[in-house]
Design a protein around this ligand. Structure first.
Ligand code: 13P
Length: 253
């Protein structure tokens, strides 16, 4: 893996995480040594009720806190929703948008995801935009075209590349212990990189981090993170326990 951009290992806790589970965040912080901080960024994205608490706990540890979704507007009559500026106000520095679970559970479309990403960037948050094909799409040989289409439509037209992170998460690899072959990951990441360079120019397009997500575990992290154009990982299940998450983070060392 090239040293630029600096890798990011981000943990998506999904709908897991009570206040008591924040002790894991405390352990992660204690193990995020100055040496490790030099080679990787770390982030945990807990559910909303503990977001502010997590941000307070993470202060001074170097671990960034992110949210898992935001609304495209900043205020108003949207019962149950949370805006990007509220997330920023809670002390987070990033937000995941367009996760396949939201695309499926909440029927989120690319245009909505692009608006959410823009809202996040406008308040100074990093937007982690998720894209990825289903098993049917991969089996039909359409993985690359699906991912490129999602990338084009889910990244806002006015995106700030410095606030953009792309997460390639094949839907069929999430929570299944299945992963694409290294060659398949490489092919998709290279295609994403080429498109980012076309949109943002060679330099800015090369600086956008492209994370791989989907069944990243301590035992496969090293080989996945070593692939070209893989600038980190978006980790689900293995981010809930500090021991697993830090084993993934130190796979880079
Ligand atoms: P798993 O690591 O549990 O497969 O989840 C991946 C994911 O969806 C992260 O956003």
């Amino acid at each position: 893996m090239s040293q630029h951009p600096k890798p990011l290992i981000a943990g998506n806790w999904k709908m897991n995480g009570m206040r008591a589970n924040l002790s894991e965040l405390g352990i992660m912080g204690a193990h995020f040594t100055p040496e490790l901080r030099k080679i990787t960024d770390l982030m945990i994205c807990p559910p909303f009720p503990v977001l502010g608490l997590a941000a307070e706990m993470a202060r001074g540890t170097g671990i960034h806190i992110g949210a898992q979704d935001c609304h495209e507007k900043y205020s108003g009559a949207h019962t149950g929703d949370v805006s990007a500026n509220m997330i920023f106000d809670a002390g987070a520095t990033a937000v995941i948008v367009g996760h396949s679970e939201r695309r499926i559970d909440h029927k989120e479309r690319d245009t909505t995801i692009a608006s959410k990403a823009q809202a996040a960037m406008d308040v100074g948050l990093q937007a982690i935009v998720c894209i990825g094909e289903t098993k049917t799409e991969r089996d039909a040989g359409r993985a690359i075209s699906v991912v490129r289409r999602q990338l084009k439509a889910s990244v806002p037209a006015q995106a700030d590349p410095q606030k953009l992170v792309i997460a390639y998460e094949p839907v069929w690899a999430i929570g299944t212990s299945l992963t694409p072959t290294n060659a398949d990951i490489l092919e998709v990441h290279a295609a994403i990189r080429a498109d980012l360079k076309r949109v943002f120019g060679k330099t800015a397009g090369s600086e956008v981090r492209i994370l791989y997500g989907g069944s990243v575990k301590p035992n496969n992290a090293r080989e996945i993170l070593a692939l070209d154009h893989v600038n980190g990982a978006l980790v689900g299940g293995a981010s809930l326990k500090a021991a697993d998450f830090m084993a993934i983070a130190t796979a880079l060392a």
